[in-house]
Design a protein around this ligand. Structure first.
Ligand SMILES: Cc1cc2nc3c(=O)[nH]c(=O)nc-3n(C[C@H](O)[C@H](O)[C@H](O)COP(=O)(O)OP(=O)(O)OC[C@H]3O[C@@H](n4cnc5c(N)ncnc54)[C@H](O)[C@@H]3O)c2cc1C
Length: 371
């Protein structure tokens, strides 16, 4: 019997690949091994589900058994892959060994939590999968005062969302919200739109200790906060536990065919670094998965990305951006009206990126962005 295509991971990367591959190849056995329950859910909703009082179960779009039946594949939930033998082409999940013809690592990323001292540091919540969302909702329901660490994309969305129901403080080591994504004027407008959230910039969380009720949080500037829950959204780092024997940098190094340094082994999604770039968003993962499906089905296809549009889910002040919107030598041209703001980023007189807010939409600018 033909050895299977084995995919490790049932996130957007793993399932998009399985669907795209099945459209091209209906006979090769496909096995998905996944540490979690194998539910398909829209991960972007994690950062704005609490505001809408969504339980984890309401986010589930399809269960593993239904996906397996639909695609005629095998999905093995609650199966932690512990090692890979690249020479023998075997995946080890505890005592179980599974041979592969081709292997795809779609193992995602894990939240980065900075070193924080104190007897409650292990109580810090993170938000990168359904299980973490369950814990987050349960803790928030018992909480009134919430601290969010990180004012990047996910931290900002979380703070904006929770502030519908809770008293929120956001702490960021940088100087403003979305510092690495938007020009200063957009951070200022967003800050104003998120007025009920208390912001602390240029400082970090030093320690978290249990108090009679909730936690005492000490910031590096000496300030003490009393809160009932702490959520860390300080970034994600690609999971590399299974990458021993593969070339890695920040993520698992792959080329535009998603090929790793081992034959017949590929990496896809948040764990992959494609020619030096980590692109932890749905659209580039979808494009990569489709290209890889074609390659695995016998027609090698490199992935190509155009400028990637990103929407910030802050309904009080919606933001969209694409292209280069951060870095040196950017010359911003900004216009603002009642319907929002448009910020055009130029470098060497070429349009390289844009940020729009409110009801303004920059999609029409996408084709004119210099690559
Ligand atoms: C809160 C939040 C909001 C976001 N919002 C947006 C947005 O608005 N727009 C956008 O484009 N992107 C957004 N993203 C990013 C996007 O959701 C991710 O880039 C994408 O979902 C990652 O998919 P993935 O399959 O690579 O990883 P994951 O979804 O993390 O899947 C990894 C899978 O690997 C499995 N796994 C890991 N290790 C093992 C092992 N050893 N053995 C077995 N299984 C293993 C896990 O169980 C899991 O099934 C957001 C992300 C977050 C966290």
């Amino acid at each position: 019997m033909k050895k299977p295509l084995v995919i490790i991971g049932s996130g957007h990367a793993g399932y998009t690949l399985a669907r795209a591959f099945r459209q091209l190849d209906t006979s090769t056995p496909v096995i998905i091994l996944t540490q979690d329950g194998g539910e398909q859910y829209p991960k972007p909703q994690l950062s704005h589900g609490f505001g809408q009082q969504m339980a984890a179960e309401q986010l589930v779009q399809q269960h593993a058994t239904a996906i397996a039946a639909e695609l005629k594949i095998m999905v093995r939930p609650n199966t932690l892959v512990t090692a890979i033998d690249f020479d023998a082409k075997l995946v080890h999940a505890g005592a179980v060994q599974i041979p592969y013809s081709d292997l795809v690592l779609a193992v995602g990323a894990e939240p980065f939590v900075p070193a924080i001292r104190g007897d409650a540091a292990q109580d810090i919540l993170t938000l990168n999968n359904l299980e973490q969302y369950r814990r987050y909702v349960a803790q928030l329901e018992r909480s009134e005062r919430v601290l969010v660490i990180g004012g990047g994309l996910i931290g900002t969305e979380i703070a904006h969302d929770i502030a519908r129901h809770k008293q929120v403080t956001l702490v960021d080591i940088g100087s403003r919200l979305l510092e690495r994504l938007v020009p200063e004027v957009v951070s200022q407008r967003l800050h104003r739109a998120m007025a009920p959230v208390t912001m602390r910039f240029g400082t970090a969380v030093d320690r978290i200790d249990r108090a009679a009720t909730g936690y005492h949080v000490k910031l590096s500037n000496g300030e003490i906060l009393n809160v009932d829950a702490v959520i860390c959204a300080a970034g994600l780092k690609p999971r590399l536990e299974l990458a021993g024997g593969l070339a890695t940098a920040r993520g698992i190094s792959v080329d535009r065919y998603m090929r790793t340094s081992q034959p017949n082994v590929y990496a896809l999604g948040d764990c992959a670094e494609i020619e030096g770039q980590i692109l932890p968003y749905l659209q580039p993962i979808t494009l990569s998965a489709r290209a890889l499906a074609s390659t695995l089905a016998g027609t090698p296809q490199p992935v190509r990305f155009g400028p990637l549009p990103v929407a910030v889910k802050t309904p009080h002040y919606p933001i969209q951006l694409a292209g280069v919107t951060h870095g040196p030598a950017l010359d911003w041209q900004i216009s603002e009206g009642d319907d929002g703001l448009t910020a055009l980023a130029h470098r060497d007189s070429k349009l390289v990126g844009y940020v729009t807010t409110g009801s303004r939409n920059g999609f029409s600018l996408l084709p004119s962005l210099a690559g």
